[in-house]
Design a protein. Structure first.
Length: 274
């Protein structure tokens, strides 16, 4: 495979950092270094939340880190521009999530798209904080911590972003993150309060299940519709419970965000047919 072909097939993120601190196409290392670190940690944490149960502690699994590993390459003069690549297309880590690789998509695609969804929701007068919080909160405490650190660094340096996300097949997604949009996300990350999770038992009908992203829906006996993530070990077994009555052990975490609104996050740790 030649270099030109490899560059076309590898996922690529072109990032242009904007603002007064990028004059003369330079940027302080004290701003750039933390930005790259927090970007990597945010993408990995979001990927972990999308492929399994969102967590607040313990290490992110090695396979997820490998599948979302970003490498900085060339710079370009657009305020201050930086090209970042995902893993090589034929590398081992790209085969670690075969269930997620439908329609040429990878776990890195899903993670970056989710981060850009957050970026887009934070921009424009028509986007409310409630809509943004609904996108952020289900990602869990770890992801919000890293996204909060990312936005804190950008906000304190008064830096915005223009990004172009290149995926396989020549598709390009473009987003712009203004300093005001960055600040909105930072605020929601900082004011969202997570409680200690408690484990409850829920019985009901499992009417939807996805082994692609470890998500299920259970209609409980009380009539409540529970949308939950599943543990990594449980996700490959979901087909055994689809469209059946089940008893589920569920970790419930309450999150309170701006305005006093409360949201519950459900994570199923075990299932059995009843």
């Amino acid at each position: 495979m030649n270099v030109e072909q490899e560059e076309i097939e590898r996922r690529r993120l072109d990032v242009a950092l904007t603002g007064a601190t990028t004059t003369e196409h330079t940027i302080p290392v004290s701003t750039l270094g933390p930005f790259l670190t927090h970007l990597q940690e945010s993408v990995a944490a979001v990927a972990q939340a999308l492929t399994g149960k969102p967590t607040s502690f313990a290490s992110i699994p090695r396979d997820i880190r490998d599948a979302t590993a970003l490498r900085a390459a060339t710079v370009f003069p657009s305020s201050f521009g930086l090209t970042i690549y995902g893993p090589e297309p034929d590398s081992a880590e790209n085969s670690l999530f075969p269930d997620l690789q439908r329609e040429n998509r990878t776990v890195l695609d899903d993670a970056v798209d989710t981060v850009l969804d957050i970026v887009d929701l934070s921009e424009g007068p028509g986007q409310t904080n409630d809509m943004l919080a609904e996108q952020l909160v289900p990602l869990g405490q770890r992801a919000l911590k890293h996204i909060g650190a990312l936005t804190s660094g950008l906000s304190e340096a008064s830096v915005g972003l223009r990004v172009a996300w290149h995926t396989q097949g020549g598709q390009v997604r473009r987003s712009y993150w203004s300093p005001s949009g960055v600040q909105r996300v930072r605020y929601l990350c900082e004011v969202s309060e997570f409680t200690e999770s408690e484990t409850v038992t829920i019985t009901g009908w499992l009417g939807a299940a996805s082994s692609f992203n470890g998500k299920i829906e259970i209609r409980s006996d009380s009539g409540e519709l529970i949308r939950a993530s599943t543990d990594e070990e449980l996700t490959p077994l979901l087909h055994e419970f689809f469209n059946k009555r089940v008893e589920a052990e569920v970790e419930v975490t309450k999150v309170q965000f701006a305005g006093g609104r409360e949201r519950k996050i459900y994570a199923v740790t075990s299932l059995r047919n009843t």
